[in-house]
Design a protein around this ligand. Sequence first.
Ligand SMILES: Nc1ncnc2c1ncn2[C@@H]1O[C@H](COP(=O)(O)OP(=O)(O)OP(=O)(O)O)[C@@H](O)[C@H]1O
Length: 243
Amino acid sequence: MTIVLQAEGLAKSYGRIVVVDDLSFEVARGECLGVIGPNGAGKTSLFNVLDGGVRADRGKIILNGEDVTHLPRHKRSHKGIARAYQVPQPFPDLTVFENVLVAASFAGRLHGHAAESAAWEVIHRVGLQERIRDLAGGLRLLDRKRLEVAKALAARPQLLLLDEVAGGLTEAEVNVLVDLVKSLKPDFGIIWIEHVAHALAATADRLMALHFGRKLIEGTPDAVLGSREVREIYLGIVDDAAA
Ligand SMILES: Nc1ncnc2c1ncn2[C@@H]1O[C@H](COP(=O)(O)OP(=O)(O)OP(=O)(O)O)[C@@H](O)[C@H]1O
């Protein structure tokens, strides 16, 4: 098992608000770690710290054995961290192909024919081949989510950060996305933040539940989703002082 990411004691605060609190975890290639937690638990902040959008106050981020903690976001991208954002923001007046080509050229640092064939390959991989000449601005939500994943893949990552890519989709569409993420698993380490718990249960090898930036519990999806702490927090009846 190749460890892609090791996070050790990560912490981030804004003034007195602790948003990431002493988080340690690992992700291996071929593995999907699901991250759950109520609104404001620090999930997006964790991704910001991992991808370099925000500097951690403390802790280490080791990518493929290399310490990337002090690298800026674009260098972490070149080292292999890519993120699919919660709200896809493609260039609406460019086609699907052109959008992915931009990602392959800039984030993936490919040129000419290599960039074009990489774009073509990831567009097929996410199932967008029939939309390849369509303008991104006219895509339905599922296809915008697929495009967001394709852009992340075009960066040629080792670690794929998926931020609520199932949000807003119908059940049938969520299933399409679950199949897509499962098909990607063998080639990457994946961290998937998601509120759609059954999508994670179907896909993730482990879940990590966050609460006030802290790791509440980590384990198999069944163990985490069935745990008293997680059910209490999702039902909103937890005593904050005890959490
Ligand atoms: N730049 C910032 N300055 C101050 N506080 C911030 C900043 N960014 C995030 N926060 C605070 O950090 C906490 C965690 O927010 P974050 O967006 O990481 O949570 P989340 O788990 O992703 O929530 P959601 O599920 O709603 O997306 C919140 O209390 C938020 O208000």
